[in-house]
Design a protein around this ligand. Structure first.
Ligand code: SF4
Ligand code: SF4
Length: 203
């Protein structure tokens, strides 16, 4: 008797599960299809705003980027996708300054973790959502992100020139004063030295 009861109980569960499954299937059957007809829909294709397709340097309207070549992104990238190549340039005040020479990014090895952009101290990086990056050779996935010519060092203003000149003159004056004080101290010490001491030394 027990086995007959078990049989009908299992049958009930089976039918109930079948109905539930058919409900899901029926719902999907009448749901509008969302298959993208790419590339025919290229003009109307919608992609999320924060979709990460390719790393880029942010350029402003005047062609400047904010990368200071600090190398933080390169150090933080977990798989060596970024290479920040730097150069030293002379500034108008006679100092040396490190500047970005080439920013090399290998799209083929990027995992789109965004650590580089998140840790950049000047917010110089962003991800574009330009996903059409297909190429025939991997080497073409290596990109130079600073593609515009680098701007020359800005000319100093008259105030900056005057400030530097004043600082230089102050340094020269301070050095001269220090040398004069040292010479005076030496002369005073020589004058105060007992006469006997110099006689002993002469012997
Ligand atoms: S992109 Fe940002 S983190 Fe990378 S080198 Fe330039 S300033 Fe530094
Ligand atoms: S997104 Fe991640 S893997 Fe890609 S370059 Fe930036 S840090 Fe490297």
């Amino acid at each position: 008797m027990g086995s007959v009861k078990d049989y009908f109980s299992s049958l009930g569960h089976g039918i109930s599960s079948l109905v539930k499954g058919m409900q899901v299937t029926g719902k999907e059957f009448i749901t509008p299809k969302i298959t993208e007809r790419y590339p025919e829909n290229r003009d109307t294709h919608h992609y999320p705003e924060r979709f990460r397709a390719c790393l880029e340097l942010i350029y402003d309207a005047e062609g400047n980027h904010k990368c200071i070549a600090c190398g933080t992104c390169e150090r933080n990238c977990p798989n060596g996708t970024i290479q920040v190549i730097t150069k030293m340039v002379d500034t108008w005040d006679g100092k040396k300054k490190k500047k970005l020479d080439r920013y090399v990014y290998d799209l083929g090895s990027c995992t789109f973790c965004q650590l580089c952009a998140t840790t950049c101290p000047t917010n110089a990086l962003t991800f574009s959502n330009n996903f059409e990056q297909a190429v025939f050779t991997r080497s073409k996935l290596v990109k130079q992100l600073n593609y515009l010519p680098e701007k020359p060092e800005p000319e100093p203003t008259e105030e900056e020139k005057a400030k530097i000149l004043a600082e230089r003159e102050a340094k020269i004056a301070a050095a001269k004063a220090a040398a004069a004080a040292k010479a005076a101290a030496a002369a005073k010490a020589a004058a105060e030295k007992p006469a006997g001491e110099s006689t002993t030394e002469n012997k």
